[in-house]
Design a binder for this molecule. Structure first.
Ligand SMILES: *Cc1c(COP(=O)(O)O)cnc(C)c1O
Ligand SMILES: [Zn+2]
Length: 409
């Protein structure tokens, strides 16, 4: 399915497949458009199945001109059947898409892989980004693997594990005194005067965004070429959320799977919930907010794809909800205790939202639900600090027995 142009999402003006992200006519966002695949869906399916166990098995649906490969293989993460969690929530068939299994432990490896591959095709020599944490981590790692210098700009108050894990790769880390929206504004300015820098989520944004479709492609394939009924996933800028739905639609259009795009349920933290708020109030306009939440990965107060996320949730019969920081902490613990998967605060947002939907009776007993767990708990380790006790004892069997009395058999 060859990419043939960049198209404005608002006025449909077409542009060549260059490093552009905004429409010159109406300032709308640009996205990659494709011509429908020709030929036999069965042949396309065989080609996918014969591909590598990475996102590149879906090269037919990604915007690269040459053969796709990367030095740091990404994707094909487990889809885990979560029976114990389903039982706790009173749900039927529930799966966790476990994105902690990516090379830098978040879904950002997908979007960076695609942006980097396209940046190399376009001749860029430096990789950069504005990040809420995971993106910096992924940009630094993929640039290191490809042998490119990297500049990552982050809000100064990011969680320390994310900064340390990024510095390890040798990237230039720039901590900006401001929030993500300030960082993003600064990066847009820097990008204007550094023509050889590929900012993965600014001038490369249309290509970057395509990487999220692979979450949908993998989900379909891992369900045995079937569609789920409902997706629950996080919203920061809204890019991932909207592109997951696009991925399902493209597989349907290509004849690889039949049915409808799943109901799309978005999840935000109450401390940064401009999209959930607009959805609840029935607006199309998303009013920017100043973020204040432990879910820093999702702390984008002025989300670029917010209006499209709202339209998608409405159109599919899903919704967008917000959860409190305490609910997020409980969500992290609930997932860990029932599945063995330890997620960062963003995953807590998703699981807490899933729990809320279940409690409200929004999810039918026969539904097949997939929850997107997008990042690793080790990056936001403070979320679980103080939520359990450690028993300290002297090195003696009596001391052990006095705390944990042997159970008579
Ligand atoms: C970036 C990120 C998201 C989603 O971001 P969007 O801007 O909405 O695409 C979700 N979860 C985690 C952990 C992230 O780092
Ligand atoms: Zn336009």
């Amino acid at each position: 399915m060859p990419a043939d142009a960049l198209k404005c999402k608002e006025c449909q003006t077409a542009y060549p497949l260059e490093a552009r992200f905004v429409c010159e006519r109406c300032f709308g966002p640009l996205e990659v458009s494709y011509s429908l695949p020709e030929g036999d869906p069965a042949a396309l399916k065989r080609r996918i199945q014969a591909g590598p166990h990475t996102i590149w098995r879906y090269a037919d649906f990604l915007p690269l001109q040459g053969p796709a490969r990367s030095a740091l293989p990404t994707g094909w993460t487990p889809l885990v059947k979560a029976d114990r969690l389903a039982e706790r929530l009173g749900l039927g068939e529930l799966y966790i898409k476990n994105e902690t299994a990516n090379p830098t432990h978040s879904f950002k490896d997908r979007v960076v892989s695609v942006a980097l591959a396209r940046a190399l095709e376009l001749g860029f020599d430096t990789l950069a980004c504005a990040s809420t944490g995971n993106l910096a981590n992924a940009v630094a790692a993929h640039a290191a693997a490809a042998g490119l210098p990297a500049y990552v700009l982050i809000p100064f108050d990011l969680e320390e594990p994310k900064i340390l894990a990024t510095g390890a790769y040798g990237a230039q880390i720039v901590a900006v005194r401001g929030n993500y929206d300030d960082v993003n504004r600064l990066c847009t300015e820097v990008s204007g005067e550094r023509p050889n820098w590929a900012f993965v989520n600014i001038n490369m944004r249309p290509y970057y965004a395509e990487g999220s479709k692979t979450l949908a492609f993998e989900t379909v394939e891992q369900l045995g070429w079937e569609l789920p009924d409902r997706i629950v996933g996080p919203i920061a800028s809204g890019s991932q959320f909207t592109k997951i739905a696009r991925g399902f639609q493209e597989f349907i259009d290509a004849g690889l799977v039949s049915g409808e795009v799943p109901k799309m349920n978005g999840a935000q933290a109450e401390g940064c919930s401009p999209v959930a708020k607009a959805f609840a109030e029935g607006h199309d306009v998303v009013r920017p907010v100043k973020p204040d939440t432990i879910a820093k990965s999702l702390a984008i107060g002025n989300p670029a794809d917010g209006p499209y996320a709202i339209e998608l949730a409405r159109r599919t019969g899903g919704g967008i909800d917000a959860v409190t920081d305490d609910e997020i902490r409980a969500g992290v613990r609930l997932l860990a205790e029932t599945t063995g998967i330890f997620t960062e605060s963003a995953g807590g947002v998703t699981i807490a939202t899933l729990a809320k939907l279940a409690a409200r009776g929004d999810i039918g007993p026969d539904e097949r639900v997939v929850a997107m767990v997008t990042g690793d708990g080790l990056k936001t380790i403070d979320v679980v600090r103080g939520t359990f006790e450690v028993t300290e004892i002297p090195a003696s069997i009596d001391a052990f027995d006095s705390h944990f009395a042997p159970v008579a058999v």
